[in-house]
Ligand binder design. Structure first.
Ligand code: SF4
Length: 58
């Protein structure tokens, strides 16, 4: 079953990142961050995304 929202762990991680003033936007490091590949309306400011894959990772 696909995940429909952030898990508790994801929410806690996001809060910690915000508190540390780290970059919270996933799209900046996502390999799908270009117009033809991603049609998610959250792009380019997604803070949680089920399709996220780190850029440069195979
Ligand atoms: S797949 Fe998700 S994280 Fe990646 S660019 Fe699209 S919205 Fe951003």
């Amino acid at each position: 079953m696909p995940q429909v929202g952030p898990s508790l762990k994801d929410k806690i991680t996001l809060k910690i990142k915000k508190a540390l003033r780290m970059n919270i936007f996933l799209c900046d490091s996502c390999k799908w961050d270009w117009r033809g590949a991603c049609h998610n309306p959250e792009r380019p400011n997604a803070t949680w995304c089920p399709d996220y894959e780190k850029r440069g990772k195979w």
